[in-house]
Ligand binder design. Sequence first.
Ligand SMILES: [Zn+2]
Length: 185
Amino acid sequence: MQITYEIHYSRRRSISVSIKPDCRVFVKAPIGTTESAICDFLTTKKTWITKHLEKQESESEKAKALGYLTADEIKQIKKQAHRIIPELVEYYSKLSGITYGKIAIRLQRTCWGSCSARGNLNFNCLLVLMPQEILDSIVIHELCHRRHMNHSKAFYEEIDKYFPDYKRCNKWLKENGGVYLSRVK
Ligand SMILES: [Zn+2]
């Protein structure tokens, strides 16, 4: 298989592969792993790699067509996010009775939101570019992590109580979210 990859050796037990937002294939392997062992591993992952590379390439093409976000646009997006997101968190907090700590809003290239053990919530400002219900779904997702710090069935049942449309939004984000991330240079 013809795949160009970067390799990082460390004291780990198994080989793993990931694809970076700029389409680089990144392999992590235990120190001393032979090239043929890595090749064998990549061959078993060929379908996965090809699928993800294709998805990411089409995303960066779409992003290029839309244009990369300028520093000024990013500034405006952050401003808007600071105006909208805390209010939305407060709304869903009241609705669900779930409390939270601090809210941080950042520009991120890899994730939409997160929730710390202390209940501090972190959101990607790019969410404000998406349809409103997508932003809602991420807010409720992170709040529900206050009750379940995992993605268990119970966690999704909790979400379902306050946001029954969650599955559809999650699917939308999986299909379309990458393009938004790719617009950041
Ligand atoms: Zn989560």
